[in-house]
Structures are given as C-alpha cells and as structure tokens.
Design a protein around this ligand. Structure first.
Ligand SMILES: Nc1ncnc2c1ncn2[C@@H]1O[C@H](COP(=O)(O)OP(=O)(O)O)[C@@H](O)[C@H]1O
Ligand SMILES: [Mg+2]
Length: 168
C-alpha cells in the first residue's frame, strides 16, 4: 500500500515537473580525469532516445569533446571522435548515429540552419553540440543541457551539470 502511495507521489512529481516546463531537474556530477568525463558521456548515451539533442555549454578545454567521445562509445560508434571545429559537424555511424557539432566558429544561428540543422534532427540520431551558446534559438524545451566548468579546487576536476534526463 505504501509502495502504491510512493509511486503515485513520484508520478505526480514527474507530471508536475513536466507541467511547469522544466523536465527533469539539473544534476551536478564531478569528474576527476578525462576518462571519468568520457565515462559520464557513455552513461548518458544509454539514457538518450533517438533524435535526442544534447547542447553543451562551457569554456574551451573543459571536456566537451572528451565527453562526446564517451557518448559515441555508448551509442556504438566505433570511429574515434575528433573535434569538428573546422567542419562544424562530424558524422559517426553507430547503433544510433552521432552528429557532433562544434559551433565555435559560427557567426550566427542562421549558418546552422543553412547547413541543414533540421535535416540532422530528422535523421533519428543523437545531435551533440559544442558551443550551443552560439545558436540558442536552435534548441527547445526537450534539449538535454550539459554544462562544463572547472572545479575551483583542482585543475583536473570538472563540474558537469546535466539537465533534462531521467535519473542522471
Ligand atoms: N576531469 C576532466 N575531464 C575532461 N578533461 C579533462 C579533465 N581533466 C583534465 N582534462 C583535460 O582537459 C582537456 C579537455 O579537452 P576537450 O575535451 O577537447 O575540451 P573542450 O571540447 O571542452 O574544448 C583535455 O586536454 C583533457 O586531458
Ligand atoms: Mg571541443
């Protein structure tokens, strides 16, 4: 009986969160090495449906590409992920394909739409976007947000905040 009540409360909470438009709450993770950051990306991959959009924020060198390497592994992509800085987007075949964007050099979000952003969304893969700050209007309330920052205590530690995923 108590279980039933707890389940009912959990459902109400979820519905309420969705209703106020915030989805799942932000969860902060700490990583202590590049490998741990990759591992977190791999864990996230297991929670993403096809068509998911993951928008990264955070400065250069904070681990966005490292995280994406783990994400790719988790999606069953075998090629090694490298930074798409000069190409805007790299594509990886996998159990679920990965489209890895880096908008660092983008002038405006128009350029993202010009290279076919909406076609990528329709292809049933996962879109992971570095420097999403450069094209905020490309993202909606279903976007998973991942913010990266350095831990003040140690150069090699990162605080990675994930918003919009159940249980992560
Ligand atoms: N905890 C950590 N997580 C991720 N990268 C780390 C960490 N500690 C140190 N690093 C280093 O920071 C750099 C991150 O690079 P990268 O993933 O390319 O960052 P970004 O894509 O955000 O510019 C790498 O040189 C990596 O070795
Ligand atoms: Mg990068």
């Amino acid at each position: 009986m108590e279980k039933g009540i707890a389940h009912f409360a959990a459902v109400c909470y979820t519905v309420l969160l969705e209703w106020v438009g915030r989805g799942y709450p932000a969860v902060e993770h700490r990583t202590h090495s590049e490998q741990e950051t990759e591992q977190l990306g791999e864990t996230l991959a297991g929670r993403l449906p096809r068509g998911a959009v993951v928008a990264y924020t955070g400065a250069l060198g904070m681990g966005k590409t490292a995280f994406t390497r783990g994400l790719a592994r988790g999606l069953g992509c075998r090629s090694r992920v490298t930074s798409p800085t000069f190409t805007i987007v790299n594509e990886y075949e996998g159990d679920i394909p990965l489209f890895h964007f880096d908008l660092y050099r983008l002038g405006s979000s128009d350029e993202l739409f010009d290279i076919g952003w909406e076609d990528y969304l329709a292809r049933g893969g996962v879109c992971a976007v570095e420097w999403s700050e450069r094209a905020e209007d490309a993202f909606d309330e279903h976007t998973v947000r991942v913010d990266f920052r350095r831990d003040a205590q140690h150069d090699g530690w990162r605080i990675i905040t994930i918003t919009g995923v159940d249980g992560l």
